[in-house]
Design a protein around this ligand. Structure first.
Ligand code: ZN
Length: 209
């Protein structure tokens, strides 16, 4: 599906499902930790749980260490590192873990590329809404930005992007609560196949804080 399919209010509200539609006004305010927006990629390895495998944990720690050295840009304009929260291991329905970070911001706040790289995929998903998959320049990691209001004008797949470039705008597309605009941001380490939909989730919090 392409972006054009999503741009009417009716189409957007049709994507909002579950308790949001039936909630009462008394419960109209949502807390960020109630957001049920784990945005499972189609084929992502669910290996973010504390594993029994020390080699795997060590590998993930090494990835976090490497990414920290890059001093990634916080992906929402005007948000400082100090206000970020670690929501990686929060439960999001059943056994699923969130495996991402939610960054609250006003609707239409610019979303920034965390570092140089390329646009691997512009994807419309039912839970994630309007989303971007960006690869880093070495195609080792993918950065995932979801619930966007829209893409930046002219953004195209395979386009090069620079650190800090505006690639989209904060919104509530997909299953984000309509009154809680936020960016759902995830990092995963790609497999040798470099599929945009496949990888090992890495906690963005220790990378960005
Ligand atoms: Zn999220």
């Amino acid at each position: 599906m392409r972006r054009g399919a999503l741009l009417t209010a009716g189409a957007l509200s049709a994507l909002v499902t579950g308790p949001i539609a039936g909630r009462s006004d008394a419960h109209a305010r949502w807390r960020i930790d109630e957001i049920n927006d784990s945005l499972a990629r189609p084929d992502t390895n669910s290996r973010a749980r504390p594993s029994q495998d020390p080699d795997e944990d060590e590998h993930r720690d090494a990835a976090i260490h490497e990414l920290r050295k890059r001093r990634l840009t916080v992906p929402v304009q005007g948000v400082t590192r100090g206000v970020l929260r670690d929501t990686f291991r929060e439960r999001r329905g059943g056994d699923r873990q969130h495996e991402a970070m939610d960054i609250l911001a006003a609707r239409d706040t610019p979303v920034l590329a965390v570092e140089d790289g390329s646009i691997a995929k512009l994807f419309l998903s039912k839970p994630g809404g309007i989303t971007i998959y960006q690869f880093d320049s070495s195609q080792t990691y993918a950065y995932y930005y979801a619930h966007l209001a829209r893409y930046a004008d002219g953004l195209r797949e395979r386009a090069r992007v620079e650190r800090g470039q505006v690639i989209g705008f904060v919104g509530t597309s997909g299953n984000a609560p309509p009154d809680t605009p936020h960016l759902h941001f995830a990092i995963f380490e790609l497999t040798p196949q470099k599929h945009w939909w496949q990888g090992t989730p890495i906690d963005p919090y220790p990378v960005l804080k």
